[in-house]
Write a protein that binds this ligand. Structure first.
Ligand code: ATP
Ligand code: MG
Length: 311
């Protein structure tokens, strides 16, 4: 048996003020945030949809049953540094608050055991992870059937596990990993266990069709557009006195230009561009000027996009 510490990274428990701040700090993806909280809440506890149906239609619509029959699996897919992990790790907070759970824990599956080459290891790891998360719930529902304890199983960097078994170069152990995930999510659905599985991947087009068809929703993440870049910069530069026109020009420069193919990612902006800007001004012991902002933007090299396919 694998110890929990080998199976999972740090387990997070919600509601949590830190997660609330991280969730709030994600900008430009409000439509994804809203829909994800709605989807996840209903997947964890369909009771709320039944209440909505009873209120507006006097009973449970067939349509509600259709929604309830879906597999509690959500895929977050898209380019690097666009907020997939950040959202997956923080969304438990609004969900726990929305559906008033006594406990909601996030178990991040650690795929570090991958690649040791032990036959059967991937399958065992995934199967044990599903079992552990299920058994962590104890008594999941109260006597009225309302969900009290729920969990999220996060399979981040799921490219290897979620990748299509059709890919020729795929190692058979990885194929078995996909099968184990499919068995795991199917059993959660069959037994109506309030565990939501979230998978993150950079390769939406290489997702295994059996995983893709089960997903209740596949959310696609992209790099920020110009308006979203303005939002990230304006938020971070609040209090510096830099003019809106300079921020807008910097945001334009951080987009695709004739010299660069792609725009900066959210993480480029937050983890490289803005810290560099501040540290440069700090090093020179001067305030940040609009001109410094624009010239840094013009010189910035964004992270190259994640290439899908057979690269
Ligand atoms: N929408 C956003 N708004 C503000 N900041 C963001 C946003 N998305 C990402 N970031 C910033 O970028 C950092 C990296 O994001 P995250 O780790 O979630 O990316 P990712 O999509 O999981 O990338 P990868 O595919 O490389 O794992 C976050 O810590 C956060 O600071
Ligand atoms: Mg990530």
């Amino acid at each position: 048996m694998t110890a929990d510490s080998d199976l999972f990274g740090d387990v997070l428990e919600y509601p949590d003020a830190g997660a609330q701040r991280r969730f709030a700090a994600l900008v430009g993806i409000n439509h994804i945030k809203q829909r994800l909280v709605d989807e996840a809440s209903v997947l964890i506890d369909p009771h709320f949809l039944e209440q909505w149906s009873a209120k507006h239609y006097g009973g449970t619509l067939n349509l509600v049953r259709v929604v309830e029959e879906r597999t509690p699996l959500i895929v977050l897919a898209g380019d690097v540094g666009t907020g997939k992990t950040e959202l997956a790790e923080s969304v438990g907070d609004p969900i726990a608050r929305r559906i008033e759970l006594e406990s909601l824990c996030l178990y991040p599956l650690s795929l570090s055991a991958r690649g040791r080459g032990l036959v059967g290891e991937m399958t065992t790891l995934v199967t044990q992870a599903f079992d552990r998360v299920r058994s962590s719930l104890g008594q999941a529902r109260d006597s009225q059937g309302k969900v009290r304890n729920a969990a999220i199983l996060l399979i981040d960097e799921a490219d290897a596990v979620a990748q299509s078994r059709e890919l020729d170069q795929m190692h058979h152990e990885d194929r078995a990993g996909v099968n184990a995930v499919i068995r795991g999510v199917d059993s959660l659905r069959r037994d109506r266990v309030p565990v939501l599985t979230i998978m993150c991947t950079n390769r939406p087009d290489a997702l295994d069709p059996a995983v893709a068809r089960r997903a209740a929703h596949i959310f696609t993440f992209a790099r920020p557009d110009e308006a979203e870049r303005i939002q990230v910069l304006s938020d971070a530069l609040a209090g510096t006195g830099i003019e809106a026109a300079d921020i807008a020009e910097a945001a334009r420069q951080l987009g695709p230009t004739e010299f660069r193919c792609c725009a900066a990612t959210y993480s480029d902006l937050r983890q490289r561009f803005l810290p560099d800007l501040v540290l440069k001004a700090y090093g020179e012991n001067v305030p940040i000027s609009g001109d410094a902002l624009i010239s840094a933007a013009a010189l910035f090299t964004p992270t190259r996009p994640f290439k899908s396919g057979d690269d």
